[in-house]
Design a protein around this ligand. Structure first.
Ligand SMILES: [Zn+2]
Ligand SMILES: [Zn+2]
Ligand SMILES: [Zn+2]
Length: 240
């Protein structure tokens, strides 16, 4: 679902007042900048923020996003809900890292691959971890009124089968309690291959939250050239 002026216009026309309506999404509202103008910009935001929207749809099909900064310097983009709102209603991802904000377009170009030895497992393919016993639910009630497991017939003899048809299965070390293991688990970063691609990262743009015009979820070229494009290795979603 891609949200634009046409969608917003239809949505408002389906409401009672035709110029302002709840979005039925986390308390957000949608409203016209000029309620008597049929071609008016249409905004998405929280009315308790005054009239500053996060997303504004224009009749020409473009969209403006902004993450305003309060007088005391706190950016609205620090709120997860703000970033989520921009992502949902403008189709571009906003990421936060170390008090900076980045935009990432869908299908953003990737940096070249950079295959190196896996740093998680020091190129061994294996990591330390915790070995758990497992639970099997394959028990069956036999004619003699006892439970049996076809997969683990030994479970019958050690009296492990319960009326709920489960029993614990010892780990490959023969232990029924969890225990730590050293360099035995397959590394989840490299899947045991000992190599990992530290490149192939999507391009992101540093953004301070000032109003920015998009078309189809992409920053319009003239504006994009003013943003610092970068490959931010360590940019992740930070909740809250
Ligand atoms: Zn079993
Ligand atoms: Zn074990
Ligand atoms: Zn690894």
């Amino acid at each position: 679902m891609f949200y634009d002026w046409d969608w917003a216009d239809r949505f408002l026309k389906g409401g009672r007042k035709k110029y302002e309506r709840p979005l039925y999404d986390r308390g957000l509202r949608i409203w016209k900048t000029n309620k008597w103008d049929a071609d008016s910009d249409i905004n998405v935001g929280y009315t308790w923020n005054g009239t500053t929207p996060y997303v504004t749809y224009h009749k020409d099909g473009t969209t403006t996003i902004q993450g305003f900064t309060y007088a005391h310097g706190w950016s609205a983009l620090r709120g997860y809900s703000t970033r989520f709102t921009i992502q949902r209603y403008a189709g571009i991802t906003v990421l936060q890292r170390n008090f900076k904000f980045y935009l990432q377009e869908d299908d953003a170009p990737l940096s070249p691959p950079k295959i190196q030895g896996c740093r998680t497992c020091a190129q061994s393919g294996l990591v330390d971890g915790w070995c758990w016993s497992r639970t099997c639910y394959d028990g069956k009630l036999n004619a003699d009124g006892k439970m049996y497991c076809d997969t683990h017939p030994e479970a019958n003899y050690i009296g492990q089968l319960h009326q709920y048809r489960w029993h614990s299965v010892p780990c490959p070390h023969g232990l029924s309690d969890g225990h730590p293991v050293t360099k035995e688990l397959v590394c989840s970063t490299c899947k045991g291959s000992k190599k990992y691609d530290y490149g192939s990262k999507p391009e992101r743009m540093l953004w301070n939250g000032s109003p920015l015009r998009l078309r189809d979820g992409k920053v319009i070229k003239s504006a994009a050239s003013q943003l610092e494009r970068m490959i931010a290795d360590n940019v992740e979603f930070v909740i809250g």
